[in-house]
Design a protein around this ligand. Structure first.
Ligand code: IYR
Length: 224
């Protein structure tokens, strides 16, 4: 494929037959509909290759001005996981005891969460997604990134889908505040921790809340 002077190349796109499109669409939905978030992880090992592949998949996400404003830190080291858990629990204990507003409690209580975060030490891997609020030019100067929240949100979604597709589970955990993650993981100032995702097998007694997903009619408005 010849490169154009403008730096553009032809799009690689292979059209699928209609029937195949419908088959794949349904199959993918059925797969994703089986995804559940659990807080109960087995400590069974997971190959680091699988984590690498999930991060590579996340790294295919579209991003504002293609700045790819993300860093994934994948932690298997038990001491680091323990330090993260202790710090997360310290913050979460204050949140659950003092900081949680009543309206928040109303929707969180049915999900049975509390300040104890054993998933951080149980899971073989903890992946922390850091969002870049700034980028460094090649001359060392700093400049903004664009739509980094949206970009990292999309990348996180793709990571979650990749983990589910490979037969593992993850949990989107947002310890609040999560500044401690940058400190423990020694990330630079322009990177802000956004999401902590334990990854692994579910424990044999893993539970999930009995939830209902909204019906299509509740989430889709068609204007034809
Ligand atoms: N960050 C806390 C609280 C929490 C908030 C929401 I919104 C959740 O969906 C679940 C938990 C925690 O992780 O426990």
């Amino acid at each position: 494929m010849a490169e154009d002077e403008s730096g553009f190349i032809p799009l690689v796109f292979s059209e699928l037959p209609q029937k195949e499109m419908h088959r794949r669409a349904t199959e993918f939905h059925e797969l994703m509909d089986k995804r559940r978030t659990t807080r109960h992880f087995s400590s069974r090992e997971v190959s680091s290759k699988l984590i690498e592949t999930a991060v590579k998949t996340a790294g295919t996400a579209p991003s504002g001005a293609h700045l790819q404003p993300w860093t994934f830190v994948a932690i298997a080291n038990p001491d680091l996981k323990m330090r993260i858990r202790r710090a997360a629990e310290e913050e979460e204990e204050k949140f659950y005891a003092e900081r949680m507003p009543e309206a928040w409690e109303e929707v969180l209580t049915p999900l049975g969460t509390d300040y104890v975060k054993e998933h951080i030490t149980d899971a073989p891997w903890v992946v922390v997604l850091f969002r870049h609020s700034q980028r460094q030019r090649s001359n060392g100067e700093w400049a903004p990134t664009y739509y980094s929240q949206e970009s990292c949100g999309i990348a996180a979604g793709m990571f979650i889908a990749a983990i589910h597709n490979m037969g593992l589970v993850t949990l989107t955990h947002t310890p609040s505040p999560m500044r401690f993650l940058g400190e423990i993981l020694e990330r630079p100032e322009h990177e802000t921790a956004m999401l902590l995702m334990p990854v692994g097998y579910p424990s044999e007694s893993a539970m999930v809340p009995q939830l209902q997903r909204k019906a299509l009619e509740e989430i889709l408005i068609k204007k034809e």
